[in-house]
Design a protein around this ligand. Structure first.
Ligand SMILES: [Zn+2]
Length: 1128
C-alpha cells in the first residue's frame, strides 16, 4: 500500500491528500500546490519504507498516521507525525479537521498525550506541539471533553499545568487544552472538583505588561470552567466573583492605552458566565459590581477596544440588575367577567397557556417564521382539499335569511323617488337574531361581572373626562373653556361660567358651546352622535367618561409624518438611566400616581395626572420614578394575565418644554416596530380646540428592549420589555391623550354607521344596518349590507340584484388592531360614496360587512382577546355559540349563504401587524403550501384556480402601501382555526384573505419612509374595494375594465410596483434587545491565532526553538527546505 501511495505521489501530488483522506473526501478549494508540501511527501515515503509491513491494508493514509501516533515510541516519529498533521490541518479548512475527528483523530492525540505526559520527566519538545494540535482539533470536536475523560487526559493536563506554572508557554498550552475540555459539563465539573478553579485563578495577576498570552489563556480557561452551575457556585462561595471584579477594575483602570483590552474582555467574559446563574448575578450585584461596571462604562473612551468593552459591560449590567416584580397585587386583569353558565368568579382559562406562549408568537398577523417553519405547513391533502361536515344542523341556518333583506326587498319606493329614504336605508338597526343564550342568562352574567362597584351606564349620558372629575378639579380644562368663551362675542352667555351649583347645566351648555365654537368640522363625524352612541355602550367597569378625541373627532394632519430617526446608542443611554435607579437613589421618587383599581391614590400637585377609565382606555398604573420620568403598567386582557400591548390614556398637568420620559414596562412581544421608526400617537385637547383635532405621531428617543422586571407573582413567563419614549408637550395646561395607535372605539363605529346611513343617497344606495348578534356584554354586533338599488322594479333589474355575488368583509377581531378599523372605515365610506367605481362595485356585488367582530374587547381596552380571555381568531373551527357569539353567527351566516348557493366570491378579514411594514394579504393555496413544504405529494395533476392571486396583483398595481412580495398563500396547521383558513376550507371561498396593515409605515412605494396615518389606512380600505373590480364576472366587464383603467389614471400610480422586499421581517435591531446572550465576542479574537502565536513564541525555550524553527513560517510555505532538514 505504501508503495502504492509513494508511486501515486510521484505521479500526482493531489492524490496524496486523497490518500491521506482515505479517498472519501476531496477538498476542491485546494490546489495541488497546497497539498504537495515536501514534508508530507517525505514523511509518507519515509514511513512507507520503514513500515511497509504494517497490517493496515484496508486503512487510509490518515488512519495509518493516527494509529502510528498512538503506538509510536520514539520521539522522532511522534514529532514527525504531529508535524505532518499540523501542516495538513492548518493548510485546509475546518472540513479537514472534522474529517480527522471522524477518523478518531481526537482519541489518537489524547492517547499520545497520555503516553507522553505520564512519564516522570515528560519530553516537552513533543508534548508542547501535541498540546497545541490538541487545542486546534479539540475545540472543533463537540465530544472532546468526554473523550478526554475516557483517555484519562483531563487530570493529567491539570497536573501538567500545576508543574509548569512558572513556564508561560507550557502553561498557556495546558490552559487552552483545559479550556477545550471544559466544553463538556462533566469534564468542567471534574476539573473544578480537582481544584482546577484555584490553580487557574492563581495564574491571573493584577495589571502587568508581561505574558499577556498566558494570562489571557488562564482567564479564558477560567471562563470555560464557569459554564457549569457547580463551578459557578464554587467560585461564588470562594469569593472569586469579587476577586474578578477587582481584577477587572485594576486592569481596566491601569491599562490607559487599551493595550490589554483582550484581558479586560476576558475578565468580563468570566463575569458573564457567572451571571448565567442567579447566585452569580446576586454575587456580582452584592459585591458592588454594578457600580464598578457603571463607572467603567462612563470612563470608557470610544476607542476600538473601548466600544467592545462598553457593550460587554452594559450587557452584563443589564443581566445583573435585580429582578424587580411589577408593582401589582396580581398579574391578572383588573377587569374580570363571569362566563355565561360558569360557576367560578375568575376563570383560569389563560393560566395554562402561559408556559407555551413564552416563545410562541401565535398570531394570525404575526407570522415571522412562516417561511422557515415548514413543519407547520399543512401537507395532508385531505385536510387541504376536503370540506369537513358543517359544524351545525341545517335547520339552524334558516334564521340567517333575515340578514339578506336585499333579496326579499320589493323596492316599492323606487316609484316614489322623493320619499324613498326610510325603506331602502333602514332608519334604525334591528335585532334580527335571538342570541343563543337567553336574555336572562346574559343579564345575570352581566350582573356577576366584576364591576361590583361600578354602575351600568344604561340610559345615562356620559361626559367626556373634563367634566366633574376633571373639569372641576383641574384648572387646566376650565381655563381652556374660559378662553374659548372669552373669544365669544359679547353677551354670548358668558355669565354662567362661575356658577358652581349649576354644574350639570353648565356642562351641557359647555358641550353645546364648544360645538358651536369649534365642532362639526370633521367629515363623517358628529360629536352629538358619538355622545348618544356612547351612552348605549356597555363596558365591564361601566364607563361614564368619554375620551375627548373620540368625542371630538380626528382629522389626519396635513403633512407627511416621516419615520423617527434612531439616535446612536439611544437604548444604551436609556439603559444607563435604568441602572442609575439602583446606584443613585437620591432623585428616585417611586410613587404611584395613578391606579386603575384605586381612585383614591393621591396625585402630587407637581406630578403628571393620568386617567384611562374610558372606552378603549388601557393604563393600569403609573409610577413617578423621577421628577420627569414615569413607569406605566398596562392592564392585561380581561380574564387573563397576558396580552399587554395596546395602550390609550389621558395625561394632564404637564409643564411645557419639559421632556417627560415614559416607560411602558410590561410589554410582552420580543421586538416591535418601535425599534424601526414607529412612534406612538398624541392628541392635544388644546390643539383640537384651536382647530387642529389631530392624532399626531409623537415621541423622541423611542426604543424597545428587554428590562429587569418580572411578574408580580408566580407566573412563569416573566420576561418583560420596556417601550420607552420621551414627550415634550407644547402647551401649558393642556390635556393630552397618548395611544399605541390611532384609537377607534366601538362607539365611534356606531356613530359612524349612523352618519353613513344619513349620508347615503337612498335612491341609488341600498344601505342597511342590522344586528348580527349580541356580544357577551350585551353590545350589538353590527352587520351592514351595501349594494346598489335596482334601477327599476322590473323583473330584469330585480333579478340582476338578487344574483349579484356576495363579498364578505370583517375586521377588528383583535381589539388592539385599531388600524384595521381605519381601513374598514375607508372601505365603508368608499362603498357608500358617489364615486363611479363605487357605483359600479355596488351594481356588481352585494357587500356584507361586519366591521367589528370583537366589540367587547375594543370597548374594554384589550389587545388580543374577547371577554373569555381567548383569541377569537382561533375559534373558527368550532365556535361556541354562548362564548363566541360573533364568530358563531358570522360563520353561521357564511354557511347560510353557502346553503342558498350564494357562496361569497371574496372574504377578507382586516388585521393589523405589529412587526412588519406595508400592507399585505395572506391567502390560501394548496399548491403553494405543498411546494413550500417540499411535500412529496405530486402536484402535477392537482388543479387549482389561480384566481386567489388576482386581488393581490391588482392591489400591487393600484395601492401604494401594498406589498405583493410580503403576501403568502400558505396554509399552516397553527392557523387552521383562523377566519381565513376556515372560510376557505369549510365555506369553500377561493379568495379568502387576511389583510394585514402595518402600525408603522412603508419601506417601498410612494409612502416609503413615512409612518402611515389614518388617511393612508382609509385609502387602503378604498383601494381594497377598488381591486374587487378585477374579480367581477359581471357581463358588463368591458365597462369595468375601463373603470380599472380609470383608477390607475386617477391615482398617478400607474407604474407602481412593490420593490423587492423579499425579506419582510426586519433586520436585527441595531442594539441588543435581549440581554441573555453571551458576552459579545471581541473582534479578531480566536483560539487558533493565540495557539499559533504561542507555537511561534521564542521567549523561553531556547533549546526547543533550536530544534523547531518557526512553525508558522514552515506551514505557510511550499518551499520546505526547513522541514526537509528536520526530517533528513
Ligand atoms: Zn390580528
Amino acid at each position: 500500500m505504501w508503495v502504492y501511495v509513494g508511486k501515486r505521489m510521484t505521479e500526482c501530488p493531489v492524490c496524496v491528500w486523497r490518500c491521506v483522506h482515505g479517498g472519501e473526501e476531496s477538498d476542491s478549494s485546494q490546489t495541488p500546490a497546497d497539498l504537495c508540501s515536501p514534508s508530507v511527501l517525505l514523511l509518507l515515503s519515509e514511513r512507507g519504507r520503514s513500515r511497509m509491513s504494517a497490517p493496515l491494508s484496508s486503512s487510509s493514509g490518515l488512519e495509518v498516521l493516527l494509529s502510528t501516533l498512538q503506538s509510536a515510541g520514539d520521539v522522532e516519529s511522534t514529532l514527525n507525525i504531529i508535524n505532518v498533521l499540523d501542516e495538513l490541518l492548518s493548510a485546509g479548512t475546518d472540513r479537514r479537521i472534522l474529517y480527522m475527528i471522524r477518523k478518531g483523530g481526537s482519541e489518537a492525540l489524547l492517547s499520545a498525550l497520555v503516553n507522553t505526559g505520564r512519564s516522570f520527566t515528560p519530553n516537552y519538545s513533543v508534548l508542547l506541539p501535541l498540546l497545541h494540535l490538541l487545542v486546534k482539533v479539540g475545540h472543533r470536536d463537540r465530544r472532546i471533553g468526554v473523550k478526554a475523560e475516557d483517555a484519562g487526559a483531563v487530570l493529567l493536563t491539570l497536573s501538567l499545568l500545576r508543574h509548569n506554572i512558572s513556564n508561560p508557554r507550557r502553561a498557556a498550552a495546558c490552559l487552552w487544552v483545559l479550556q477545550v475540555f471544559s466544553s463538556s459539563v462533566s469534564t468542567a465539573n471534574l476539573i473544578g472538583e480537582n481544584h482546577g478553579l484555584d490553580v487557574i485563578y492563581r495564574l491571573i495577576p493584577p495589571y502587568t505588561s508581561k505574558h499577556l498570552h498566558t494570562i489571557k489563556a488562564a482567564i479564558t480557561a477560567f471562563a470555560a470552567l464557569l459554564s457549569t452551575k457547580a463551578n459557578v457556585s464554587a467560585a461564588v462561595s470562594k469569593g472569586y466573583v469579587s476577586g474578578l471584579l477587582q481584577l477587572y477594575e485594576d486592569w481596566f483602570m491601569t491599562d490607559c492605552q487599551h493595550e490589554a483590552t483582550v484581558i479586560c474582555h476576558a475578565l468580563l467574559r468570566c463575569l458573564h458566565q457567572v451571571s448565567h446563574s442567579t447566585a452569580g448575578r446576586q454575587a456580582v450585584f452584592s459585591q458592588g459590581g454594578l457600580r464598578l461596571l457603571y463607572q467603567s462604562t462612563q470612563t470608557c473612551a470610544l476607542s476600538k477596544g473601548g466600544e467592545c468593552l462598553l457593550e460587554a459591560a452594559v450587557q452584563l449590567m443589564r443581566k445583573c440588575l435585580p429582578k424587580t416584580p411589577l408593582p401589582l397585587t396580581s398579574d391578572r386583569s383588573v377587569y374580570t367577567f363571569a362566563l355565561p353558565g360558569g360557576s367560578h368568579d375568575t376563570p383560569e382559562i389563560n393560566m395554562a397557556p402561559d408556559e407555551s406562549s413564552e416563545d410562541e408568537e401565535d398570531e394570525e398577523d404575526e407570522e415571522p417564521d412562516s417561511r422557515d417553519d415548514d413543519d407547520d405547513l399543512e401537507t395532508d391533502l385531505n385536510k387541504l382539499r376536503l370540506r369537513p361536515d358543517p359544524d351545525r344542523p341545517k335547520e339552524l341556518l334558516v334564521q340567517y335569511s333575515q340578514l339578506c333583506p336585499e333579496l326579499s326587498h320589493d323596492f316599492q319606493d323606487l316609484d316614489l323617488s322623493s320619499e324613498s329614504g326610510d325603506s331602502s336605508s333602514s332608519s334604525d338597526e334591528e335585532l334580527v337574531l335571538p342570541a343563543h343564550s337567553s336574555r336572562r342568562d346574559r343579564r345575570r352574567s352581566r350582573d356577576q361581572s366584576s364591576a361590583g362597584s361600578h354602575s351600568e351606564t344604561d340610559g345615562q349620558t356620559p361626559d367626556f373626562h373634563s367634566h366633574r372629575n376633571f373639569l372641576s378639579n383641574s384648572p387646566s380644562f376650565r381655563s381652556i373653556v374660559k378662553e374659548t368663551r372669552e373669544d365669544a362675542p359679547p353677551g354670548d352667555g358668558g355669565s354662567d361660567q362661575e356658577e358652581e351649583g349649576a354644574e350639570d347645566s353648565a356642562h351641557s351648555t359647555m358641550i353645546d358651546r364648544l360645538l358651536e365654537r369649534h365642532g362639526a368640522c370633521i367629515p363623517h363625524h358628529d360629536p352629538r352622535l358619538y355622545l348618544s352612541a356612547a351612552s348605549k355602550t356597555r363596558s365591564i367597569p361601566g364607563f361614564s367618561i368619554l375620551a375627548f378625541p373620540d368625542f371630538w373627532g380626528h382629522l389626519p394632519p396635513t403633512g407627511h409624518e416621516a419615520m423617527a430617526p434612531r439616535g446612536p446608542h439611544i437604548q444604551r443611554l436609556k439603559v444607563f438611566q435604568d441602572i442609575r435607579r439602583f446606584l443613585n437613589t437620591d432623585d428616585i421618587i417611586n410613587q404611584v400616581v395613578f391606579d386603575l383599581e384605586d381612585s383614591s391614590v393621591p396625585c402630587p400637585s407637581d406630578s403628571l395626572r393620568f386617567y384611562s377609565k374610558f372606552e378603549s382606555g388601557n393604563l393600569r398604573k403609573a409610577v413617578q420614578v423621577r421628577r420627569n420620568e414615569y413607569d406605566l403598567i398596562l392592564n392585561a386582557d380581561t380574564n387573563c394575565s397576558q396580552h399587554t400591548q395596546w395602550f390609550y390614556f389621558e395625561v394632564s398637568n404637564m409643564q411645557p418644554v419639559v421632556p417627560y420620559r415614559f416607560n411602558v414596562i410590561n410589554c410582552e412581544k420580543t421586538n416591535s416596530q418601535f425599534n424601526y421608526g414607529m412612534q406612538p400617537v398624541l392628541y392635544s385637547v388644546r390643539a383640537a380646540l384651536e382647530g387642529r383635532p389631530q392624532w399626531v405621531r409623537t415621541g423622541d428617543d423611542v426604543c424597545y428592549y428587554r428590562n429587569h422586571f418580572c411578574s408580580s407573582r408566580g407566573r412563569r413567563t416573566s420576561t418583560f420589555y420596556t417601550l420607552t419614549f420621551t414627550v415634550t408637550f407644547k402647551h401649558h395646561e393642556d390635556v393630552c391623550y397618548i395611544a399605541y395607535h390611532y384609537p377607534y372605539t366601538y362607539s365611534t363605529l356606531k356613530a359612524h354607521l349612523k352618519q353613513l346611513q344619513r349620508c347615503v343617497d337612498p335612491s341609488s344606495v341600498f344601505f342597511r344596518q342590522q344586528v348580527l348578534c349580541e356580544t357577551l356584554k350585551g353590545n350589538s354586533c353590527p352587520l351592514v349590507t351595501i349594494t346598489a338599488c335596482p334601477s327599476s322594479r322590473s323583473w330584469r333589474d330585480l333579478h340582476q340584484l338578487r344574483n349579484r355575488p356576495c363579498i364578505v368583509l370583517t375586521a377588528r377581531v383583535h381589539p388592539g388592531e385599531s388600524n384595521a378599523s381605519w381601513v374598514m372605515k375607508g372601505s365603508l365610506e368608499f362603498l357608500c360614496s358617489s364615486d363611479p367605481v363605487a357605483q359600479s362595485l355596488r351594481e356588481a356585488f352585494i357587500f356584507k360587512i361586519i366591521p367589528m367582530l370583537n366589540p367587547d374587547g375594543v370597548i374594554n381596552g384589550m389587545s388580543r382577546c374577547d371577554l373569555i380571555g381567548e383569541d377569537l381568531n382561533r375559534q373558527w373551527c368550532k365556535p361556541d355559540p354562548s362564548l363566541c357569539p360573533t364568530i358563531y353567527h358570522t360563520k353561521g351566516f357564511l354557511y347560510y349563504l353557502n346553503s342558498i348557493g350564494r357562496t361569497p366570491q371574496v372574504f377578507c378579514d382586516y388585521h393589523g401587524h405589529s412587526r412588519k411594514k406595508n400592507v399585505f394579504l395572506y391567502g390560501c393555496s394548496v399548491k403553494e403550501t405543498l411546494w413550500q413544504s417540499g411535500s412529496a405529494v405530486d402536484t402535477v395533476g392537482l388543479k387549482e384556480d389561480p384566481g386567489y392571486r388576482t386581488i393581490p396583483k391588482t392591489l400591487d398595481r393600484i395601492a401604494p402601501a401594498f406589498s405583493f412580495n410580503s403576501c403568502n398563500y400558505l396554509v399552516e396547521k397553527s392557523r387552521s382555526s383562523t377566519a381565513r383558513v376556515v372560510v376557505w376550507r369549510e365555506i369553500g371561498v377561493l379568495r379568502s384573505y387576511t389583510m394585514e396593515s402595518t402600525y408603522n409605515g412603508c419601506d417601498q412605494g410612494i409612502h416609503k419612509g413615512l409612518q402611515t396615518g389614518s388617511r393612508e389606512l382609509q385609502e387602503m380600505g378604498m383601494k381594497f374595494c377598488q381591486s374587487l373590480l378585477s374579480v367581477t364576472k359581471d357581463s358588463r366587464a368591458l365597462y369595468n375594465k375601463k373603470l380599472i383603467h380609470h383608477i390607475d389614471l386617477d391615482d398617478n400610480v400607474l407604474d407602481h410596483k412593490s420593490h423587492n422586499c423579499f425579506e419582510d421581517d426586519e433586520p436585527p435591531c441595531v442594539e441588543e434587545i435581549e440581554f441573555s446572550a453571551d458576552c459579545p465576542p471581541l473582534h479578531g479574537d480566536d483560539l487558533d491565532s493565540d495557539v499559533d502565536r504561542n507555537m511561534a513564541g521564542a521567549e523561553e525555550d531556547e533549546e526547543e526553538d533550536f530544534l523547531f524553527p518557526n512553525r508558522t513560517r514552515q506551514s505557510s510555505t511550499c518551499n520546505g527546505t526547513a522541514s526537509g532538514q528536520i526530517l533528513s
